[in-house]
Design a binder for this molecule. Structure first.
Ligand code: F6P
Length: 362
């Protein structure tokens, strides 16, 4: 191999730059090859938009949030949206462009850093013959093949800080404070920030809730003299027999559904049934921004080094993953075959219940 590419796809998260730095340094310093950054996720592979990556160029980016390469969570090489002047949108398979540009850019291998959507496309490209190694990222922590994704810890710190802040103001005013956090179809951010911050109610997609049970637990707290409550709700939470709140459907996108809004729905219900004044905070993209935690920088660096090594040892079609204390490689297919979701009957949920947390269900 003489020249490799690095791409970040999907929603950004803290730690992407640490991976870019680690791949670049390992490739240049240990293997003496040239490294090219692909701009804006799959857009850059479809349109051959690149930037050079050098050791001096990546120096200092370890602790920056976002990605110096740019990213896109709408560009899908297998269902690429073409917007016409008359407003019509057509979807085209542009995977051939990706393969042609791979040749044109004289690349010998690609490190693709992404979540479920980006890595699903990476798998298909690898099946078409591109030598690809994947690196799992996402604040949602929902990839089953790795114990944890980088970005999650940074989001968790932000969410927990928000729970802590809502605690002091909520208690001062005797209010029900609702915090809506991200996580898509998985409740990891809500569960762990709720546990870490001592939340009274945690609502997650994996445990559909009954609002009357939530109200009961808040009223019970009031009867014991606790005139405030902290409720953490995952954006994907839904009532038993009901649906998630969808903000937008983006056809063609590898992440086609934008969630959000459940916090306001339950806020109105809780105000009515508990009599407590209620305030809703939607934490949003704050969870994805800012500098990565030391854990995420450490994990992202390890992932980046091992991804480069996998590529150079010819173990393509694979993804790096953390298992226990080791970084291992797993087939890309395993990486995208199932989402890792909270086990409603699992240890963590049982432990949260043991300290009195209400999940709005039995
Ligand atoms: O997958 C990461 C994530 O932040 C989800 O938690 C959230 O649902 C989604 O991306 C938001 O995407 P966007 O940046 O398109 O609003």
């Amino acid at each position: 191999m003489k020249r490799i590419g690095v791409m970040t796809g999907g929603g950004d998260c803290p730690g992407l730059n640490a991976v870019i730095r680690a791949v670049t340094k390992t490739a240049i310093l240990e293997y003496g090859v040239e490294v090219v950054g692909i701009r804006n996720g799959y857009e850059g592979l479809i349109h051959a938009e690149t930037m050079p990556l050098t050791v001096s160029g990546v120096s200092g980016i370890l602790l920056w949030g976002g990605t110096v390469l740019g990213t896109s969570n709408t560009a899908n090489p297998f269902k690429y949206a073409v917007h016409h002047e008359n407003g019509k949108v057509e979807y085209e398979d542009r995977s051939r462009n990706v393969c042609e540009n791979f040749e044109k850019l004289k690349l010998d291998g690609l490190v693709i850093i992404g979540g479920d959507g980006t890595l699903s496309s990476a798998l298909k490209l690898s099946e078409m013959g591109l030598p690809v190694v994947g690196v799992p990222k996402t604040i949602d922590n929902d990839l089953a093949a790795t114990d944890v994704t980088f970005g999650f810890d940074s989001a968790l710190v932000k969410a927990t800080e928000a729970v802590d802040a809502l605690h002091t103001t909520g208690e001062s005013h005797n209010r029900a404070m609702i915090l809506e956090v991200m996580g898509r179809y998985a409740g990891w951010i809500a569960l762990r920030s709720g546990m870490a911050g001592g939340g009274d109610v945690i609502l997650i997609p994996e445990i559909p809730y009954d609002i009357s049970k939530v109200c009961e637990s808040i009223r019970e707290r009031i009867s014991k003299g606790k005139k405030f409550s902290i409720i953490i709700v995952a954006e994907g939470a839904k009532p038993a027999g009901g649906e998630m709140v969808v903000q937008q459907v983006i056809e063609g996108s590898p992440d086609p559904v934008r969630l959000g809004g459940i916090g306001h729905t339950i806020g109105r219900q809780i105000q009515l049934c508990s009599g407590l004044e209620t305030r809703v905070t939607v934490l949003g993209h704050v969870q994805r921004g800012g500098i990565p935690t030391p854990f995420d920088r450490w994990l992202a660096t390890r992932f980046g080094v091992e991804a480069a090594k996998l590529l150079f040892s010819g173990k393509t079609g694979s993804m790096v993953a953390l298992r226990g204390r080791s970084v291992i490689s797993v087939p890309l297919g395993d990486a995208v075959s199932e989402l890792k979701r909270v086990d409603p009957a699992g240890e963590e949920v049982r432990q949260a219940k043991a300290v009195g947390t209400c999940f709005g269900a039995e």
